[in-house]
Design a protein. Structure first.
Lengths: 263, 470
């Protein structure tokens, strides 16, 4: 599957593409590999999640990997940077849903302009509207420099921080989410808190890096805890190999939960 | 008080690439509405743009031909605005890092119109109002454009006219656009302000959008100049606004004011990668450019000693100049060829479009053959001219007519024999000439011309007669 989707896409200018057969290189041998732990990834993380991740580090040590600790202060900016850039792009990307060519179209309107306004007001949900508003704001002439431009500069800082980190380790191990799943419906009432749950996963999206999320334990309610392995650019093979080695060594974390989901 | 006109131009030129800028659709003008479209150029969700490299090449050609510097690194940005003819609700353009910058076009009065920048972008679709409704035709959407922006360097409508003509001529020469204003493949936005003569400060400007003929540009500029002067003279202030020009009433009217100006929320298009142009590539493009009209014109004057006006007429259209270049090969007197083209051939090629394609019945080789015969004194100039008309009618070589109507010249031995005959049969005239009566030679000449039925070259006959009498 990965080998198929990683191939070059001639219709996508940003596609790099490779012909490597990642699957064939997976051998579960991670002896001598360096596992990086960035301290910032463990800040503000719930204790049980932190503990599960630390246990996973021990598993890697037992498999012959070496652990290196370092600081990555730049990833603290990843969340605001991500929401500025993602909303900016979304506000522009979603402009095409104007009801003219396809998709939802308002039933009653008066003229083209009114049709577009109503289509968008009626068709988009609250979260989408919130992001469009945020995105248009950070791109507007008066605020571009203060938000969008600054976010792009910080994006560069984050990319650089990861480059430096990968000089010291083969992959970075971090929690996937700072807690376990919250109850249904809570997300809607507090958007900022919801955005906070993305704090561990957005850095790779900002930096353009591959990561794989793997179950690494359960909380007291029996809810699964996840960790992620972050690799350098185009080093998917390395993290898939490390993830597979962990799965073999810690199969107790991959059992069926009481919700019937086999992990 | 006298007021000076200050104007700058933004000109959109449609590039004549075969396919659109970000997809493989044809760029052909016209066509049934929405038949030259695909998921990419109508902005379906999930589609991605892929830059047509030929567009970059054409833009670089345009930049080099107008003395611009070519950026080594350029990028594409999104210009966000909402309009039904813009399917993605943003136009992909270049904002702060254009491909070409700091060029100029020199006018005949010696002034240089500075070109601030040339950037590439995609065209929008077209709204069609019919049956009391509005329809959208996306055929033109995604057709590649270059926008050529000048500094506010124009001081008269004459300069504006010459600039647009020169720009058209250059773009056609290098083959990047047909620049047909009526078809919309060239459109001008004109920025105008006025200021007291001698002032260095710029006045408040207005912008007249989408002008589609040179005459309208001149008329709109004249009108807008007068209007602004009137406003100021009456103690008022010119308001910064966007105007449209109405051809029928010859007036401008407001489209939108400064406060309604769009905030385009420019940002780099994340779907596209950086445009890199190597110095080697730019130099190769520079080398591949044809000789530009201004250079060619100067060369025709210097090298072939053509009058400035003739050189300008011959170089106005690339095909004409190529025809001329081909027709003068190996000839001593290019001026004769030039005279035939301007005097005879142009009379049959009237429209601008026809001059552009310059598809005439007489091939350059046939014209060359005809002029060669004049140079070899096988045919006289005025007879050659008549022959050319017949050639233009039929497309046949001059040989056909010279044989047919016996217009062939007289060879040297025949000429000598005819001169001898004339001298022998007119002893009186010979005696008169010898006695100092120059005019007496004319009757001998007349005799020879009669013998040759007008075919002989008068100058040659004269020389031969003098030689024989001595």
């Amino acid at each position: 599957m990965f080998d198929a989707i990683s191939d070059y896409d001639p219709k996508d200018s940003t596609s790099q593409g490779s012909k490597t057969k990642t699957y064939d290189t997976i051998n579960n041998d991670i002896k001598g590999m360096k596992v990086g732990i960035a301290r910032e990834y463990l800040e503000g993380i719930r204790e049980d999640v932190k503990e599960a991740v630390q246990n996973a580090v021990k598993v890697y040590e037992s498999l012959g990997a070496e652990v290196v600790y370092f600081d990555m202060p730049a990833i603290k900016y990843a969340l605001p940077v991500y929401y500025i850039i993602a909303c900016a792009e979304a506000s522009s990307n979603l402009g095409r849903y104007d009801g003219i060519r396809y998709g939802f179209k308002a039933e009653h309107y008066n003229g083209t302009h009114d049709m577009m306004c109503r289509t968008r007001s009626e068709g988009f949900g609250d979260e989408v509207k919130r992001r469009i508003l945020l995105g248009t704001y950070v791109l507007s002439a008066g605020y571009y420099d203060a938000y969008y431009k600054k976010a792009q500069n910080l994006r560069g800082t984050i990319v650089k921080a990861f480059n430096e980190a990968f000089e010291q380790c083969d992959f970075i191990l971090a929690p996937t989410v700072p807690m376990t799943a919250f109850e249904m419906g809570r997300a809607v009432s507090d958007p900022v808190e919801t955005y906070q749950t993305d704090i561990c996963t957005v850095p790779v999206n900002i930096a353009g890096l591959p990561a794989v999320s793997v179950p690494c334990g359960f909380d007291s309610d029996g809810l699964p805890i996840g960790m992620q392995l972050i690799g350098n650019k185009f080093e998917e093979a390395k993290i898939l190999n490390a993830a597979n080695a962990y799965e073999k060594a810690a199969s107790q974390n991959f059992k069926e939960t009481k919700w019937g989901v086999k992990l | 008080m006298k007021y000076e006109l200050v104007s700058g131009f933004e000109t959109h030129v449609e590039l004549s690439t075969k396919t659109k800028i970000f997809c493989g659709c044809t760029t052909q003008f016209g066509g049934e509405p929405n038949t030259h479209c695909c998921p990419v150029c109508i902005g379906l969700p999930g589609t991605l743009p892929k830059l047509n490299r030929q567009v970059v090449k054409y833009a670089i050609m345009a930049g080099l031909a107008t003395n611009c510097e070519i950026a080594e690194v350029a990028k594409m940005d999104r210009k966000n605005y909402c309009y039904p003819d813009l399917p993605k609700a943003y136009q992909i353009s270049e904002y702060d890092k254009p491909l070409c910058e700091h060029g100029y076009i020199q006018l005949s009065n010696g002034r240089k119109i500075r070109i601030l920048r040339i950037h590439i972008e995609e065209d929008a679709g077209k709204l069609v109002h019919a049956h009391g409704d509005t329809y959208v035709d996306y055929n033109r959407g995604g057709v590649p454009l270059i926008e050529i922006v000048t500094e506010p360097d124009f001081r008269s409508t004459d300069e504006a006219r010459e600039y647009v003509e020169k720009l058209q001529q250059i773009m056609r020469y290098i083959g990047v656009s047909d620049c047909r204003m009526q078809e919309g493949s060239m459109r001008c936005d004109v920025n105008i302000s006025v200021r007291p003569q001698g002032s260095d400060e710029l006045g408040t400007r207005t912008e007249i959008k989408n002008m589609n003929s040179i005459n309208n540009i001149v008329k709109a500029m004249e009108y807008e100049y007068e209007r602004q002067v009137d406003v100021i003279e009456a103690g008022g202030k010119v308001i910064q606004e966007t105007l449209r020009y109405d051809d029928a009433s010859n007036t401008t009217s407001s489209m939108r004011g400064k406060e309604d100006a769009n905030d385009y929320r420019y940002f780099r298009d994340p779907d596209l990668v950086t445009i890199l142009t190597s110095r080697q590539e730019v130099e190769e493009i520079r080398k591949s450019l044809p000789e530009l009209p201004a250079v060619k014109q100067a060369r025709y004057v210097d090298e072939y000693e053509l009058p400035e006006k003739d050189a300008s007429l011959l170089t106005k259209y690339r095909r004409v100049s190529e025809y001329f270049d081909e027709a003068i090969k190996g000839l001593k007197n290019p001026k004769t060829v030039s005279n035939f083209i301007i005097g005879s051939i142009f009379r049959r090629v009237e429209t601008e479009k026809d001059k552009e394609s310059f598809d005439v019945k007489v091939s350059p080789a046939h014209l060359n053959e005809l002029v060669k015969m004049i140079e070899d004194k096988k045919i006289q100039n005025n007879l050659a001219k008549k022959t050319l008309e017949k050639m233009l009618d039929t497309g046949k070589s001059c040989k056909e007519f010279i044989d047919e109507s016996d217009l062939g010249g007289v060879d040297d031995s025949a000429l000598e024999q005819m001169c001898k005959n004339a001298i022998d049969s007119n002893p009186n005239a010979v005696a008169d000439y010898k006695g100092g009566k120059e005019k007496a030679l004319m009757s001998l000449l007349g005799n020879v011309m009669k013998q040759s039925r007008g075919k002989a070259d008068a100058q040659a006959v004269k020389a031969k007669l003098i030689e024989l009498i001595k």
